[in-house]
Design a protein around this ligand. Structure first.
Ligand code: ADP
Ligand code: ZN
Length: 519
């Protein structure tokens, strides 16, 4: 009897059904098709190439940038009785030779390799003389120069298309908006690949965002009101704030432990163990905490500071409610957060282009916290997914007071269009306000029809409108120009007057630098 996807899933992995699109993806790749898979973290990407690897002749080559993850996966596979190995800088020469022999003899079914290793002449020579069943490229967004995780070696992976024409390739990622997805397809030469985009929705999470007055007190009353004695994670930006907040919560009889990269390894391991083992523990942590944490009954994730991007927010809040039961994603933000993050971006020694991307991501995050319609819709819209209002977020449950800015939003969008889908917010606002400066003149933008049509609206409001439009996916990063914005699909209904845009009644004062000490 020949193996089928389902029989491999059951007999090797011990699962009874594929999740979401897994079945389709496995089928497609096992039959020799190329695929680009976008699936949220925890969605089950690994099986999408592991099952085809066991169905096809030869050995799958899995490119992964994370050594720890490689080790984990290989250990797990070996436990399941699958012949798997990895090659990276931690493997000594003798062991590497043996793995090479296993590969050539056809004994090995999966070989994990770091991208820089893959491109060495020795490794390329090896895989050209042995049976490769498929290539899996994990964390495929690393190929994107717009992203945070750009890895130059990933660019070279495009040669696999030429050198191994008959071998299927599957690229996988958990973070890619529409533009990044296209970039991945382009750079990895996967234009013809079938794209599998899974839903990012986490229906059991309730999203709530509150303006910061005294963040700590607000957090405490949130925990006491909704999560007495339950497990949760509180994210803070700095190590010091982690320590202070954990100590303060303990004074208030909450079982809180700090976790950040500055603590020594044994303290960190100990706190993590307590969190995983006991009920009712609150982990106060920097973003160092969470990678690979698989605790199903985390009932809330709270952010005392604004995350740097929507991707970060999504990933961090995604650690709540893995068991599918109701859970809260709660965030408090103030103007200080924004200033601190902006300073961090400006003060870092990353290249200017990277800073530009970080600014845009922060802007989108800000647009998200200021959004007045359904949080889930905004969040999923950012990942290119359309949904109905959810009825399970603060804005759905307690609709905020609104100002209709649909008219202004249309002006903003047409300004993006009239100026050629390639300028950044600063310049677009200048054009709308009818400013007469060198850049405006250089591009003859005093002659476009949107020049000066927004004089009656304050600059801060324009910026808030642009953030809104980025956040809801009406604008995206321009494919042609760094840091520029271009119209995206969701712009159409707004331009046609079929969708409205609102700002929170207070967000104008907020963006106009409130001096309230609470911020
Ligand atoms: P990702 O790489 O997308 O973050 P993983 O591949 O690590 O996700 O899978 C996340 C978890 O879900 C793992 O514990 C995995 O065993 C489990 N899982 C994946 N697919 C299935 C399935 N079809 N049935 C049951 N559990 C699954
Ligand atoms: Zn909602």
């Amino acid at each position: 009897m020949s193996a089928t996807p389902l029989s491999v899933l059951e007999h090797v992995f011990g699962y009874h059904a594929f999740r979401g699109q897994q079945g389709e993806i496995v089928e497609h790749v096992a039959n020799g098709g190329d695929a680009l898979v976008l699936m949220p973290t925890g969605g089950g990407k690994s099986l999408c190439y592991q099952v085809p690897a066991l169905l096809r002749d030869g050995c799958a080559v899995v490119v992964s940038p994370l050594i720890a993850l490689m080790q984990d996966q290989v250990d797990t596979l070996k436990e399941l009785g699958v012949a798997a190995a990895f090659l990276n800088s931690t493997v000594d020469l003798d062991a590497a030779r043996e793995i090479e022999r296993d590969f050539l003899s056809g004994r090995l079914k999966l070989l994990y390799v770091a991208p820089e290793r893959l491109m060495t002449p020795r490794f390329m020579g090896l895989i050209k003389s042995g049976p490769v069943s498929l290539f899996a490229i994990d964390e495929a967004h690393c190929v994107s120069q717009w992203g945070h995780d750009f890895r130059p070696e990933y660019l070279q992976l495009s040669i696999l298309a030429d050198d191994f024409p008959g071998v299927p390739r599957i690229a996988l990622t958990a973070t890619a908006d529409h533009a990044t997805r296209e970039e991945i397809a382009e750079r990895l030469r996967l234009k013809g690949a079938r794209q599998f985009v899974s839903s990012f929705d986490r229906p059991n999470l309730r999203y709530t965002i509150v303006e910061k007055q005294n963040g700590r007190d607000q957090l405490l009353s949130f925990i006491r009101r909704e999560h007495e004695g339950e497990s949760g994670i509180v994210y803070c930006l700095s190590r010091k704030k982690v320590e202070d907040t954990a100590a303060w919560l303990r004074e208030k009889q909450i079982r809180a432990y700090p976790y950040h990269a500055g603590l020594d390894a044994s303290t960190r391991a100990n706190h993590q163990k307590i969190f995983l083992r006991d009920e009712g523990v609150v982990m106060v942590a920097t973003i160092a905490f969470g990678m690979g944490i698989d605790k199903p009954d985390v009932r809330f994730v709270a952010h005392l500071d604004l995350p740097k991007s929507i991707e970060n927010y999504y990933q961090e809040t995604g650690r709540a409610g893995r068991d599918g039961l109701p859970a809260n994603a709660w965030l408090t933000y103030g103007l200080n957060d924004l200033m601190l993050l902006t300073q961090m971006i400006e003060g870092s020694n990353t290249p200017d282009e990277q800073k530009m991307v970080e600014r845009r991501k922060l802007d989108a995050m800000l647009g998200f916290v200021e959004a007045t319609d359904c949080r889930r819709q905004t969040l999923l819209g950012y990942f290119g997914e359309a949904t109905q209002a959810c009825g399970n977020c603060d804005n759905c449950l307690n609709p905020p007071k609104l100002v209709d800015v649909s008219d202004a939003a249309r002006k903003a969008l047409s300004c993006v269009f009239r100026t050629g889908n390639r300028f950044g917010v600063g310049h677009l606002v200048d054009v709308l306000l009818g400013k007469d400066n060198a850049k405006v003149r250089e591009h003859c933008h005093q002659t476009v029809s949107t020049y000066g049509i927004g004089k009656d609206t304050p600059e801060a409001t324009w910026r808030a409108i642009f953030r809104q439009l980025v956040a809801r996916g009406a604008l995206q990063l321009s494919p042609e120009s760094r840091g520029g914005l271009a119209l995206a699909d969701s712009a159409r209904p707004i331009l046609k007057g079929e969708a409205e845009v609102f700002l929170r009644a207070r967000s104008e004062t907020f963006t106009a630098k409130s001096r309230d000490a609470g911020f």
